[in-house]
Write a protein of this length. Structure first.
Length: 429
């Protein structure tokens, strides 16, 4: 256990150092720099190593991993912002609560063996294969092995290349990165008291804490998606570009989910509001460039294994759509049991946001509840489309439940902001 903790900590430090110049684009505390740097450094360094392997055939070994960390840092350094400074945050005993939760999750994840099926059979299996063969050759023979992007597997492989026994502890650090971004965003929009309150509410969520202790991709995906959305709600070009990078890296973690489209629409709205076409162009390039780097490779592998995949237009023929009508009750119960009921309390928080918005007409709050509603719509449409391709779609309900894990931080942040607005209005009167 001790050797794994030392090695995972070393990898985490490399990720953080590689991402540090990117976080310097933003004004924020040291807490933000560490959390955001880990998210960006981990994502870009693994993606860069993957692209170098594809383009130049370099082996996926630790020497080239170090090179990818160095290139990630160098590119960030060359584009860094000298204007952004580190600010000091007001210290409070409550600030230590999220930190203790992350340390606890890290120790639990490092101590417990991997037991979750997809961790053993997919993410960690691929990591061991990469650590041994330094290539992707053994994984391109089945669609299951290539069913998810390689971000987490490549990151795990770094630990195994150094002789670590478990890379599971790294997942707690994605949770830590998410909490750091949540605190900083709420601090910018509210005040220190409400910022730490909202952060603690997310930190004590048992669903998120559980995911921080085992090696699935849902929590890292949530960290990238929510962090990206929070920065896309910002008002500067730097925030929009950092948000675009994070959304792109969410597709490098899980690419099947359609929520990146919501993020792009938010980017377009914010860019138009700021009358900043350059942000829209550069942000779109960053977001879709990272996504395309994986999906193009994935489609190439799948078409080689399965032949031509039916197009969406074929699946949405009139006969296919008519065949959906008898399935409506099945869709209802699937959504009810796996998406609505497990997160019922969080969905109700959207009503709070709507009520406060009707009273205050706060634009940021309006975007929060629109994103939440659009998420539910995306899950419904995605489930229907998925059922057109996979006859056994109704048998994987737990996957749908994990897919919308991000609704927890999204609604808690929105609700915290809504209550802050109400209190502020009362004091202003």
């Amino acid at each position: 256990m001790l050797s794994s903790i030392v090695i995972t900590t070393t990898i985490a430090l490399l990720c953080t150092l590689a991402g540090l110049p990117y976080s310097s684009h933003l004004r924020g505390s040291l807490l933000l720099r560490v959390g955001l740097s880990y998210l960006i450094g981990s994502g870009i360094a693994t993606f860069l190593l993957f692209m170098l392997h594809r383009a130049l055939g370099v082996p996926l070994n630790f020497q080239f991993a170090l090179l990818s960390f160095a290139f990630t840092w160098l590119f960030g350094y060359l584009t860094r912002s000298p204007e952004a400074v580190i600010v000091t945050i007001k210290r409070s005993h409550l600030n230590y609560v999220p930190v203790l939760i992350i340390i606890t999750a890290f120790l639990i994840g490092s101590y417990l063996p991997l037991t979750a099926w997809d961790s053993l059979a997919l993410y960690d299996f691929r990591a061991h294969a990469i650590a041994i063969t330094h290539s992707l050759e053994d994984m391109t023979k089945t669609t299951y092995d290539m069913s998810y992007p390689l971000h987490i597997s490549i990151l795990h492989s770094f630990v195994y290349m150094l002789g670590g026994e478990s890379a599971q502890g790294l997942h707690a650090l994605f949770f830590g990165g998410l909490l750091a971004v949540i605190y900083e965003r709420l601090l910018a929009w509210t005040n220190p008291r409400w910022a730490i309150l909202g952060t603690i509410l997310v930190a004590v969520s048992h669903e998120l804490f559980d995911h921080a202790t085992f090696a699935y991709t849902n929590l890292p995906y949530t960290a990238y998606l929510i962090s990206g959305l929070l920065y896309l709600l910002g008002s500067t070009r730097r925030e929009l570009l950092i948000g675009s990078i994070l959304i792109g890296l969410s597709s490098w973690t899980r690419s099947a989910e359609p929520f990146w489209l919501l993020a792009w629409m938010l980017l377009a709205y914010q860019s138009l509001k700021l009358k900043d076409a350059k942000s829209l162009f550069m942000g779109s390039l960053l977001l879709y460039g990272i996504r395309y780097g994986w999906t193009q490779y994935y489609n190439q592998i799948v078409s080689g294994l399965m032949g031509e995949v039916p197009s969406l237009n074929t699946s949405l023929s009139l006969n296919s759509l008519l065949a959906l009508i008898p399935k409506i009750p099945s869709y209802y119960w699937y959504m009810r049991l796996n998406v609505i009921d497990p997160y019922r309390g969080y969905w109700f928080l959207i009503l709070l946001m709507v009520l406060v918005w009707f009273k205050t007409r706060d634009i940021r709050l309006g975007l929060f509840f629109l994103l939440s509603f659009a998420t539910l719509g995306g899950v419904i449409i995605g489930t229907i489309l998925f059922s057109l391709y996979i006859p056994t779609w109704a048998d994987i309900g737990t996957s749908a439940r994990r897919m919308v894990l991000f609704i927890i931080p999204l609604t808690l942040i929105g609700a915290t902001y809504a209550i802050y607005i109400i209190n502020s209005k009362k004091y202003d009167q």
